[in-house]
Design a protein around this ligand. Structure first.
Ligand code: FES
Length: 120
C-alpha cells in the first residue's frame, strides 16, 4: 500500500523543541521537531500503552566507558519521557533507553510549501 501524506501543521506551528499529536486512521502519532529535523513516533508506549508523545522532551543522564563511568547529561532535546512510568525514548531513532531490544516504529516526515506532513 502506498503511503499517504497527512498534514501536521505549518513549520511555524512546530518550532524546534516542540511536538504535536495528530490522529491518522484512528492512530495517534507524535511529530517532533528536534533541532530543525522532524521525527514521528506512535503516541503509544509499549510498556502499558501510555501516551508517550505527550511526555517531557529532555535529555538523559548516561554513564559509559568513554566517560570512565562518570554520569553525564547527553542527548538534550532528543529524549521523550513517557508520562506514565518514565521510560525514556530517543525521538530520533525510536530506541527505548532501558530496553535495547525495544525500538518504536518511525514514520517518515516531509515538508512541502511550509507544511509538515507525516507519511502513513
Ligand atoms: S506506559 Fe510508558 S512507561 Fe509505562
Amino acid at each position: 500500500m502506498m503511503a499517504t501524506a497527512f498534514e501536521v501543521g505549518s513549520v511555524d506551528e512546530l518550532p524546534p523543541g516542540s511536538a504535536r499529536i495528530i490522529t491518522v486512521r484512528g492512530v495517534e502519532i507524535g511529530v517532533f521537531n528536534v533541532d530543525g529535523a522532524y521525527h514521528a513516533l506512535p503516541n503509544l508506549c509499549f510498556h502499558q500503552w501510555g501516551p508517550l508523545c505527550t511526555g517531557k522532551i529532555t535529555g538523559t543522564l548516561a554513564a559509559c566507558a568513554r566517560s570512565d563511568w562518570h554520569p553525564r547529561w547527553e542527548r538534550e532535546g532528543r529524549i521523550v519521557v513517557c508520562p506514565w512510568h518514565s521510560l525514556e525514548f530517543d525521538i530520533t531513532t525510536g530506541q527505548c533507553l532501558a530496553y535495547p531490544r525495544v525500538k518504536l516504529r518511525r514514520y517518515p516526515v516531509t515538508v512541502e510549501a511550509g507544511i509538515v506532513k507525516v507519511l502513513v
